[in-house]
Write a protein that binds this ligand. Structure first.
Ligand code: NAD
Ligand code: TYD
Length: 350
């Protein structure tokens, strides 16, 4: 039986992971530490809150005292660190919080694990969830990022994640902490906060609002369904070699404009309106320092851990569009801010 500390478990990937883990490892204990920033939403976890193997703790990974107490109380042997400021556009507007959480928060967790596990880290794992954005931007004909591609982060977000990856690496080499790092490509799927491209486009199209495309719309991302990411993290926890990094991705590159057109045409069939949704496409000013292309070579995950995605992009995007159509209450409460009231109602205003 494992005792997991999942940080950022009320966010998009973290809440998918909490569901995934409780479903697939029902004997394990899952403690979710989340600061509930704008991106944290306990409504994502309504159906597991009464599970006796699950505990939610409201707090920050920067709070060393709290983190240390949780290691003691829960005898944590596995950390999965999702907690982060994660949106590139927000990092351009205000980078400070990114440095605090992504860098200092990761440092705080590493130190807590080192103190608690000491020389007896046998069977313990510290898995740090990172991004392909640490590798920078590819030209059209460059090979995909491998684990040995040099870091070249370009945004405050990716620079803060690269910094945290370096700390994790150093805690292995210096202190022998049993760390693992995963660098994953863009995720999509249920519970993604609707300021990221795919949910934003689905919801704006449903509401007949403009679909903003940055620059020429030809920037390329490599998309992976969030459940496949969760399965990849599981594979790395179970079979990964401490000190190693693993690239996770779907071998699924799409130009932004093509994804937006795909979503529009599917919504035209599922929710036909007065005019084709693609007419809502609006080109807007480009993002500062906008990376042109990301692509992940996930060969190491396949060769060493036998992992590969189960969703094709066609099945994944179809499932995702249907999820947003079926969960209007979830996203309308985000759009009008009501999701923030849920914590007070459920947990008595702490
Ligand atoms: P998200 O923004 O949806 O969720 C982040 C969660 O962390 C939120 O619940 C938030 O409340 C919490 N949080 C923020 N600061 C905190 C703090 N100081 N202490 C505790 N909790 C805090 O992000 P996401 O998209 O779910 O991404 C999760 C992780 O995966 C991040 O580390 C991100 O860098 C990485 N990642 C994301 C993607 C992607 O496409 N979304 C791809 C690769 C890697
Ligand atoms: P995003 O979902 O913010 O992820 P990331 O920046 O981490 O890759 O954006 C995905 C791509 O979509 C990125 O190239 C920026 C672009 N984009 C738009 O064109 N319009 C938008 O409104 C948003 C949010 C993103």
């Amino acid at each position: 039986m494992k005792h997991l500390l999942v940080t950022g478990g009320a966010g998009f990937i973290g809440s998918n992971f909490v569901h995934y883990w409780l479903n697939n490892h029902p004997q394990d204990r899952v403690v979710n530490l989340d600061a509930l920033t704008y991106a944290g939403n306990l409504e994502n976890l309504k159906d597991v809150e009464d599970d006796p193997n699950y505990r939610f703790v409201h707090g920050s990974i920067c709070d060393g005292e709290l983190v240390g107490r949780l290691f003691e109380e829960e005898q944590i042997d596995t950390v999965v660190n999702f907690a982060a400021e994660s949106h590139v556009d927000r990092s351009i507007l205000g980078p400070e919080e990114f440095i605090r959480t992504n860098v200092h928060g990761t440092f705080t967790l590493l130190e807590a694990a080192r103190k608690h596990w000491g020389g007896d880290a046998d069977g313990c794992r510290f898995l740090h969830v990172s991004t392909d954005e640490v590798y920078g931007s590819l030209g059209p004909d460059d090979p995909a990022f491998t684990e040995s591609t040099p870091f070249a982060p370009n945004s405050p977000y990716s620079a803060s994640k690269a910094s945290s990856d370096h700390l994790v690496r150093a805690w292995f080499h210096t202190y022998g902490l049993p760390v693992l790092t995963t660098n994953c490509s863009n995720n999509y799927g249920p519970w993604q906060f609707p300021e990221k491209l795919i949910p934003l486009v689905i919801l704006n199209a449903l509401e007949d609002k403009p679909l903003p495309i940055y620059g020429d719309g030809l920037n390329i991302r490599d998309w992976l369904h969030v459940e496949d990411h969760c399965r990849g993290i599981d594979a790395v926890i179970q079979g990964g070699t401490p000190g190693e990094t693993y690239n996770i991705g779907g071998c699924n590159e799409w130009a932004n404009i093509d994804i937006v057109k795909l979503v529009c045409s599917r919504l035209d069939e599922l929710r036909p309106g007065a005019r084709p949704k693609a007419e809502l496409i609006t080109y807007v000013k480009d993002r500062l320092g906008h990376d042109r292309r990301y692509a992940i070579d996930a060969g190491k995950m396949q060769r060493e851990l036998g992992w590969q995605p189960r969703y094709t992009f066609e099945t994944g995007i179809e499932q995702t569009i249907h999820w947003y159509l079926d969960n209007e209450e979830w996203w309308s409460r985000i759009r009008d801010g009501a999701y923030r009231d849920y914590y007070r109602t459920q947990y008595g205003g702490a």
